[in-house]
Design a protein around this ligand. Sequence first.
Ligand SMILES: Cc1ncc(COP(=O)(O)O)c(C=O)c1O
Length: 356
Amino acid sequence: MEKISYQNKSRTSKVELPSKLGFGTIFTDHIFEMDYSSEKGWHNCAIKPVENLSVHPAAMFIHYGQSIFEGLKAFHTVDGETVIFRPESHLKRLNNSAKRLCMPQIDEVFVLHALKELVSIEKDWIPINSGESLYIRPIMFGTDEILGVHPSKKYKFIIMLSPVGAYYPEGFKPVKILMQDDYVRAVRKGVGDAKTSGNYAASLLATEIANQLGYTQVLWLDGIEQKYREEVIFVEFENEIATPKLTGSILPGITRASVIQLLKDKDYTINERLISVDEFIEAYNNGKLKGVFGTGTAAIISPVSEVTFKDKKMVINNGEASNLAVELFNEITEIQRGNSTDKHNWITKVPTEVAV
Ligand SMILES: Cc1ncc(COP(=O)(O)O)c(C=O)c1O
């Protein structure tokens, strides 16, 4: 295993968190960083104070988007422990993204060790109130300084941390979403199932338009026919809960996987399958659509109050979060807070003392 060098890990002043934490606006004062070259593999592994990067203007990721990332969270439990939610799954997904973008694999065991060390050093930055957390953002990008399009031979990997506020500071709040067929986010066999920067750039315009129309988010449809829903979203039909199957253009959400597991534990009929817009509208018209919610690390469960497609406005469950959405949100947060049994081993404890 690579050795981590620890540079200036102690801080001179006490960490003071602002009373209102937003999302991703403040950062802790240390990062984990390592470099890759085809000759040396991963090397220069260090936990060190945050500093600006110096990159050549020809760096590969700036021009050709060889850039991937992850997003996961650490929490304080009610017993005062520090835990990370499903880090192994996130690092595995990072390696899947790396493979798709022709980037090198990381050693998941070593990087998990480095992540735990970093979070331990930065534990004073973890906010303590319910719903607040330490957001963990690993990134990897190609740094070759050549303009020809090719897989980079040099990479940087960084883990940065950001204390974040509760997603629903005023209570669980359903959102309005716009189902539209003017733009698509990704196509099957493309890079939709990789967490790569370009997918997010591709989503901005449609999201801006939806925001201007008063919707929080876009509900993406498939890139070929714009007929099927493609999101980490769950639909409560009368006798079944369905979520779009992973066709290659959907990011395999870790919260999605956790929700599927919890639903199976409760003996719900949960099917991963294609859900067409027509089926959705028909179920709505026949009163067979009981609830809709999205899943993701940031919000955990995001209940949907309204779905609009063209001139059809569908108010879901009278605009309220369904009982199931509330139940799942509570179950996952209770596991994260250490209030209920972690029977699927989703929680990784962070040591209180670092190795050196
Ligand atoms: C495009 C996209 N889909 C789904 C998700 C939800 O995935 P997860 O539950 O792993 O956070 C995210 C957030 O990471 C995302 O960016």
